[in-house]
Design a binder for this molecule. Structure first.
Ligand code: NAD
Length: 471
């Protein structure tokens, strides 16, 4: 496949800039491709194409849109191994993770959106008015690198199903997998301009899209810092805005919890994507008098995670995504030591000549006002924070600028009571599992709006009231 072009108005075209951005395999630092560094002329063309396409796409029969998206999903299933193989290369995940964590669940998610839209009432009689849910218009989607396919399909599929047109700007770290998606869309014969892929940097293409007068909606997933900037720029022209941002999520262990279950579920979120998961439960709140026992268990379970080169085993977790991320995580580990947290497992990573590998790091006796407990590290770093009683645990859990995810483990009734008091978009209680019909998104500075289920569909719809005179 040719990665040196942009996909605009139903065609693969060269960028006006003639400049490129190299894409690196973080597991061995090889350059695996280059994508265009799009410029203003490219962005303007993409927005124009999406605008023209919207004029007709919004009025196509729902059944036409559903049938195209169903064929797209079928195609993505057929190409699942190819998609996952690309995620192995550009994100550095082992094949098992790339397929079962990054690819198949998100295609399934797409099927769920189709099911929801099939049942959704786009127009209903509310008694005193008619309510029509209409597409917002031209959508700019800005996505991060940590789930290179999933964060994209969560936006593209519901946006297209609901009659919007879209311009996707994927992360410059992991754009290649989106070329496979664009290739599938191209081959299936979606009307031209309905989906456009424009690669480039956030500071350039991202900003141009966000500020573009002819873009109606921005759906952004990324860091809170960038999200804040995106929000300010978006508001210059009062666009519809969805922000899916960072987290520093607590996992609260109550007395009487099933510790094996609690620690395995918590550590899975912290380690399985090398800590690069927005909803990772990186603050582990433990009863003070059970701290030592829990520390020993954490160390034992941590040793079971297969960190290492994804080329050597499909089960290997792999490195962090880039030099920038490596240096960022390293500096947080150093900061934790400097601030007096007790390093009970792991070490400061040093060398990244052969890839950006960081082994798990566990700190204990972390105070909730330390930098490592407040800021999103986005690496395999766990903070164990002891607490005295349940009230203190709840206070610490909520003492954060974020509110994305959380978990509570303990006697069921007590855990439910604590769950109700945590200010976060989702709470896992004991054996509870996240489901794709549930809303996903954050309280506080973790974002605005939700993805997933019916909430993820309605993000792309504008309510319109129609008043008709009935005697
Ligand atoms: P990022 O904020 O650096 O970038 C996200 C996207 O925005 C990229 O496409 C980037 O090119 C673009 N961008 C960067 N600067 C921009 C600007 N000034 N204007 C417009 N666009 C700009 O985030 P990242 O490092 O790619 O991803 C990691 C972050 O994403 C973490 O903070 C993580 O918590 C968050 N995240 C959140 C969710 C969620 O659902 N809440 C999911 C995944 C990741």
């Amino acid at each position: 496949m040719d990665y040196t072009k942009l996909y605009i108005n139903g065609e693969w075209i060269e960028s006006n800039s003639k400049e490129f951005i190299e894409v690196e395999n973080p597991a061995n630092r090889e350059i695996i491709g280059k994508v265009p560094r799009a410029n203003k002329a490219d962005v303007d063309y993409a927005v124009r194409s999406a605008r023209e396409a919207f004029e007709t796409w919004q009025y196509t029969d729902l059944s036409t849109r559903i049938s195209l998206v169903e064929r797209l999903i079928e195609e993505l299933y057929k190409r699942a191994d190819e998609l996952a193989a690309m995620i192995v290369k550009e994100l550095g995940r082992g094949m098992d993770f790339a397929l079962n964590m990054h690819t198949l669940p998100f295609i399934k998610d797409g099927e769920n959106y189709v099911r929801i839209v099939k049942e959704y009432e786009f127009e209903k009689d509310m008694g005193d008015h008619l309510l029509r849910m209409e597409p917002v218009g031209v959508v700019a989607a800005l996505t991060p690198w940590n789930y290179p396919l999933g964060q994209v399909t969560k936006k593209v599929i519901p946006a297209l199903l609901t009659g919007n047109t879209i311009i996707l700007k994927p992360s410059q770290n992991t754009p290649l997998v989106t070329y496979i998606l664009a290739d599938a869309i191209d081959k299936l014969g979606f009307p031209k301009g309905v989906f456009n892929l424009v690669t480039g940097t956030g500071a350039e293409v991202g900003n141009m899209l966000v500020e573009h007068e002819d873009v109606d909606m921005v759906t952004f997933t990324g860091s809170t810092k960038t999200g804040r900037e995106v929000a300010q720029r978006t508001m210059k022209t009062i666009k519809r805005l969805t922000l899916e941002l960072g987290g520093k999520s607590p996992s609260v262990i109550l007395k009487g919890a099933d510790l094996e279950l609690a620690l395995k579920k918590t550590l899975d979120t912290v380690y399985n994507n090398t800590g690069q998961t927005c909803s990772a439960l990186t603050r582990l709140l433990v009863p003070e008098d059970e701290k030592e026992k829990i520390e020993e268990m954490v160390i034992r379970i941590t040793k079971e995670y297969p960190f290492g080169d994804p080329a050597l085993s499909p089960k290997n977790i792999g490195p962090v995504v880039s030099e920038r991320q490596f240096l960022k995580v390293k500096s947080y580990i150093e900061k934790g030591i400097e601030e007096g947290a007790r390093l009970i497992y792991g070490e400061v990573p040093q060398d990244y000549e052969k890839g950006y590998y960081i082994k798990p790091v566990v700190f204990s006796d972390v105070k909730n006002d330390m930098t490592i407990a407040r800021e999103e590290i986005f690496g395999p770093v766990l903070c164990i924070i002891p607490y005295k009683d349940k009230e203190e645990a709840i206070r610490i859990a909520n003492d954060t600028e974020y509110g994305l995810s959380s978990a509570v483990f303990g006697p069921e009734d007590e855990a439910r009571e604590v769950a109700n008091r945590i200010k976060a978009g989702n709470v896992i209680v004991n054996k509870g599992l996240f489901t794709r019909n549930a809303p996903f998104g954050g309280f506080k500075q973790s974002g605005l709006g939700r993805e997933g289920g019916i909430f993820g569909v309605e993000e792309f719809l504008e309510p319109k009231a129609i008043f008709v005179y009935n005697k």
